[in-house]
Design a protein around this ligand. Structure first.
Ligand SMILES: [Zn+2]
Ligand SMILES: [Zn+2]
Length: 265
């Protein structure tokens, strides 16, 4: 089996300080590829560095909407320069988060639009963080994403109806362990209607461990297998077939070499 964790923060502690062990447990669980995601410039540099150290690890780089208020033109120029590293496979995470008021809406919107511009120029896919900002996110995408080839709504928390709006625009949807929670019926209904060639999986670790490991405080890539089980069941298909399909989708989305992951089984 070769699952790819499409959104993890391996530069965050406590994962970063124990990364060799974290990856070993991950491989043992069948999670053999990783996209580690940067959330600001320094963290994006760390993500690129880390990805450079390990086979089958890649970086997505961006500035999280929480930090939008501090972003300068120099930061965006630097982001663009960093994105030319060959381990960088996507721009993000970027987007809108109106749950927390860490940055005002106009700042978030502007920085999001700038990320979309960079992604279009460099022909990279975009990883979108969207929290309590669905309509506004779609609006920005409709306005600025015409040059963007591919985009994924990460940690999707919307309804089936919202999933349809995303899919209709040709975008992808990625689910975290939140979809395994007992109160996640609406998200599960959304997952049901997302075709396998648009669906990806992620841990978003170190946050949000999936059931039945929800009590394990620190999430890590190895736990992605629980989310895969849950979604394969929702899709009423064997786990191996489900994993094969979403891994193929992941490789297409991030333009990963098709033999990135050695298949030992
Ligand atoms: Zn996010
Ligand atoms: Zn994240």
């Amino acid at each position: 089996m070769e699952l790819i964790d499409t959104h993890c923060h391996l530069t965050f502690d406590p994962l970063a300080s124990d990364v060799e062990q974290v990856l070993q447990r991950s491989r043992a669980a069948g999670v053999t590829g990783w996209i580690t995601v940067g959330t600001e410039i320094q963290d994006s540099k760390k993500a690129i560095e880390l990805a450079g150290r390990f086979e089958n690890m890649y970086a997505a780089i961006g500035i999280h909407p929480h930090d939008a208020k501090n972003v300068t033109a120099d930061d965006l120029a630097e982001l663009k320069k960093l994105a030319q590293n060959q381990k960088v496979v996507a721009i993000g995470e970027t987007g809108l988060d109106f749950h927390y008021d860490f940055s005002k809406k106009p700042a978030q919107t502007k920085v999001f639009a700038e990320h979309l511009k960079i992604a279009a120029e460099l022909n990279l896919p975009v990883v979108i963080h969207c929290r309590e900002a669905f309509d506004e996110t779609i609006k920005i995408l409709d306005e600025y994403a015409s040059g963007v080839k591919k985009a994924v709504f990460h940690c999707f928390s919307g309804s089936a109806e919202q999933a349809r709006i995303v899919l209709k625009r040709g975008f992808y949807i990625s689910f975290t362990g939140v979809v395994t929670f007992k109160n996640a019926r609406i998200k599960q209904q959304a997952a049901k209607i997302v075709p396998l060639d648009r669906l990806m999986l992620e841990t978003d670790c170190p946050y949000m461990s999936p059931e039945p490991m929800r009590k394990q405080k620190v999430n890590e890539p190895a736990l992605l297998i629980h989310t895969a089980h849950c979604l394969a069941e929702l899709k009423q298909m064997p786990l191996a077939d489900f994993v094969q399909a979403v891994t193929a989708t992941t490789k297409t989305f991030f333009n990963l070499p098709s033999a990135t992951v050695s298949n030992l089984t």
